[in-house]
Design a protein around this ligand. Structure first.
Ligand code: 26Q
Length: 812
């Protein structure tokens, strides 16, 4: 453990400040103070980091590498201080120097290297692996620009580059000496030498991959794991002065630009796949660099390469890093002289794969021509894997060509990455029970039948250290004072809080905490949006990526309907509500962008209308990101989890809300099902179309949204108001949304679920009226949220998939 007290900290801090800024603290800006603090904390971590690595090298336990195109870490200072166990000491010491720690923490730029759920899951997993002392590290890309910043201008989303590195990054350490070379393009020459085939990759272009390491600190356990992010740089011998000398300046610059492009931007699409060459380059770039560096490390520590599968596990976060499979094969075969069968056995033992979506439009398929040109040797290996797999299939499914073609890795000119991932791994998992069942029954049924033991479920989880202890300290304190602090190390101990669910005193404290969190959020809303919201109103929150399947539209239609009802009947008996939205749309996803505009237009109209604005208000908070989520979630009364059943693989914000004492209104989709199973039907409000109905409609047809609308004046009024000038003088402004619901038959069953959603909302109002009952529900939700800690999830991965052990204790 770190041995510092207030006095030693003050001294260290002063010295650090002077050393990096060359002036006294009193002369520094707040940002200078943040930098000095971050830098000092990193120094504190450094020794523990070295010690951890030494222990890992000495004890030879299996190392896990989590490969992901995205790591959505958010801010690091607060969480690192918490995990080091020195947050209070620092806070008090800084207070003594007239410096406010919270204020410094808020100056840190979010590290936003991810789109949403998948990237944030990777970040929660890193926190849990370190906190459980599991030797587990992240491997990804150090994008120069993270996920774009969203501005709302004239009610619509405008994307602004996220130049997050502009002021430097105190958390990273550049390791130039550990750089690797990644090769693109060229040809493969096949030679026959002493009866063996030799593959010689020639005429390739070289890119230098330079690692930047970020420390991942475990909770009070002296463990510091590593997140290694790769940055693309030109190779000095290629970006060559000889090219300059020959006067070919333009060519040299082109090479430099094309290399730097690889780690320049994060693709801002989720749930929609586009086969862009640069994206494929990114994938191979970080996968190849990561695997080379792992193998180099083990070879230099005298590990027998033929036993590598006992020493490492590589997990691939969705199909994005699937090239890890052929890249491992390439190194085993071409560089280590291992025969195909042994190479394949080890690769299969090493790799495991998580699927995060069932949506067909999100599946990665690379055109063969593009793939072959960029990665000629890797292509040969994928072809060979496919050939051998199809031969295997042919033995089992003699002459069933349709089935064999359906399951093959390469067909119709495309490489199917999910198939490659399944065939090349020993484990395939979904992210919630329902999702895994749908994969087995529907999308991956052929593969499930062929490899029944490969498939398993690992329901997602969230770091309760970040999403409860750090972002909702008052609630954490109430838990400590009622049930003790064992829940920090053992989050399922939160169940002991259930005993207090009916305790009037605890209920009053819960209410008070929520009220204070709401006041803080209301202040933020006033500062950012200029809207005054009533903290006595119910905070009804939907924050997540904007997407048709997540159905922000359903929420909007319901608000539009309520608005009409209130105008008609101002004395309508409802609970006053503040509807809070936040979320980004992919820049090219026009309908989603129109949904954002619709929400903002609704907000303008309703908030200004004195007939209703005492009862309802609408707020769209711009630039949704981890730090904004941390401000909103502790203040939520109602959590909106209303995706079309079967479409949301798991969801993770549903878990964050629950843990912060919000009640959920939900469809039985993703992990909502398991939340319902945990808290029981009395403590969640469920509505909507069922899994079987959805699957049945998709299979047999029979759904007709126009028919439902035409016979229904209330629904018709709401839908028509999208195109009759009510919300925009330009009647075409929301035509895309209208068409989606009406003309194109409402793919996501918004119309179908409209009334059942209204009913559910009515029920929410009823429940909220009884304050004590509501607080009891909140308490039960909190008490049952421990199982959704990512500590539980990671233990399941470690024991069920990776076969890894922790450093200090057994995984109980
Ligand atoms: C793929 C190819 C090209 C460009 C972009 C992409 C891409 C990028 C990001 C595809 C998908 C994503 C992100 C997906 C994602 O976040 N999925 C969510 O994962 C969560 C964690 O498991 C689940 O809780 C959510 O249900 C799921 O939607």
């Amino acid at each position: 453990m770190l041995h510092i007290n207030k006095e030693t900290f003050k001294k260290d801090y002063r010295e650090k400040f002077i050393a990096i800024h060359g002036k006294d603290i009193e002369e520094g800006t707040d940002y200078n103070k943040y930098e000095a603090l971050g830098s000092l904390v990193r120094d504190y971590v450094a020794k523990m980091w070295i010690d951890t690595n030494k222990k890992y090298n000495q004890n030879g336990k299996k190392q896990v590498y989590y490969f992901s195109m995205e790591f959505l870490l958010g801010r690091l200072l607060g969480n690192t201080l918490l995990n080091l166990g020195i947050r209070n000491i620092c806070k008090e010491a800084l207070d003594g120097m007239g410096i406010n720690l919270n204020k410094l923490e808020e100056l840190e730029e979010d590290q936003g290297l991810g789109n949403g759920g998948l990237g944030r899951l990777a970040a929660c997993f890193l926190d849990s692996m370190a906190s459980l002392s599991i030797p587990g590290h992240g491997c990804g890309i150090r994008y120069k620009y993270g996920f774009f910043n969203q501005k709302i201008i004239n009610d619509s989303q405008v994307e602004v580059p996220d130049n997050w590195l502009k002021n430097g990054n105190v958390w990273e350490i550049k390791k130039s000496d550990k750089a690797r070379v990644v090769k693109f393009g060229g040809e493969v020459k096949v030679d026959y030498i002493y009866g063996y085939l030799r593959f010689n990759h020639i005429n390739y272009e070289e890119v230098l991959a330079v690692p930047y390491d970020i420390p991942i600190v475990g909770y009070k356990n002296n463990v510091v794991n590593t997140l290694r992010l790769w940055s693309a740089e030109p190779l000095s011998n290629e970006f060559d002065f000889s090219l300059f000398n020959r006067g070919d300046f333009r060519k040299a610059m082109e090479y430099k630009d094309s290399v730097e492009a690889i780690s320049k931007i994060l693709y801002p699409d989720d749930s929609f796949y586009e086969g862009k060459l640069l994206r494929l380059k990114q994938q191979y770039f970080f996968v190849s660099a990561g695997i080379q560096s792992i193998i180099y490390h083990f070879k230099s520590s005298q590990v027998n390469i033929n036993e590598l599968d006992e020493k490492i596990a590589i997990h691939i976060n969705d199909t994005h890093p699937t090239l890890a499979i052929p890249e491992l094969m390439r190194i085993f075969i071409d560089e280590e002289d291992i025969g195909w069968d042994n190479a394949w056995r080890m690769t299969n033992n090493i790799i495991s794969y998580t699927n995060h979506t069932i949506m067909a439009e999100a599946l990665e398929r690379w055109p063969v021509d593009m793939f072959k040109t960029l990665l000629p040797r890797i292509f040969m290996i994928v072809e060979e894997i496919d050939k051998r797999f199809c031969e295997e299939l042919q033995n089992k499914y003699y002459n069933q060509w349709d089935k064999i073609k359906r399951m093959s890795i390469i067909n119709d000119g495309y490489i199917n990455m999910a198939h490659l991932a399944i065939v090349g791994s020993h484990s395939v998992n979904g992210v919630a029970k329902l999702h895994t069942e749908i994969l087995k029954k529907q999308n991956m049924a052929d593969f499930y039948y062929y490899y029944p033991n490969r498939f398993n479920n690992k329901t997602n989880g969230i770091s309760h250290r970040r999403w409860l202890i750090s972002s909702n300290p008052k609630l954490a304190l109430l838990l400590k004072s009622t049930i003790g602090d064992s829940f920090i190390a053992h989050p399922t101990d939160m169940i002991n809080f259930e005993k207090f669910a009916e305790d009037k005193n605890v209920q009053a404290q819960l209410e008070k905490i929520k009220f204070e969190n709401k006041r803080k959020l209301a202040d933020l809303i006033y500062r950012t949006n200029g809207i005054e919201v009533d903290i006595n109103s119910m905070f009804d929150v939907q924050i997540k990526r904007i997407h048709a399947y997540k159905r922000q539209t359903l929420n909007c239609l319901r608000i539009m309907d309520l608005y009409d009802e209130l105008v008609e009947n101002p004395s309508l008996d409802i609970i006053p509500r503040t509807f809070i939205f936040a979320g980004k749309s992919a820049p090219g996803y026009y309908m989603a962008k129109d949904m954002i505009t619709l929400i903002n237009v609704l907000a303008d109209k309703i908030n200004r209308d004195d007939r209703v604005n005492k009862k309802i208000k609408v707020v769209f908070m711009e630039n949704y990101r981890v730090s904004l989520a941390e401000a909103i979630i502790p203040a939520a009364d109602l959590s909106e989890q209303i995706s079309t059943t079967t479409k949301e693989a798991s969801g993770t914000s549903n878990m964050k809300f629950m843990m912060n004492g919000a009640v959920t209104i939900a469809t039985l989709d993703g992990a909502n099902v398991e939340i319902r199973d945990e808290v029981g039907n009395d403590n969640i409000v469920i509505f909507g179309i069922t899994e079987n109905e959805v699957l049945n409609y998709y299979k047999n047809g029979g759904y007709n949204s126009q028919q439902i609308i035409s016979g229904d004046t209330r629904l018709k009024r709401v839908i028509d108001s999208l195109i009759d000038g009510t919300y925009s003088k330009d009647k075409n402004r929301f035509k895309s949304i209208y068409d989606n619901l009406v003309t194109y038959n409402d793919e996501f069953f918004v119309i179908k679920d409209f009334y059942s959603y209204l009913e559910a909302q009515k029920k929410v109002d009823e429940l909220y009226k009884d304050k004590s009952k509501w607080q009891k529900m909140c308490a039960i939700n909190i008490a049952h949220s421990g199982i959704f800690s990512s500590d539980r999830t990671i233990k399941e991965y470690a024991t069920g998939i990776w076969g890894s052990k922790c450093l200090y204790k057994n995984l109980e």
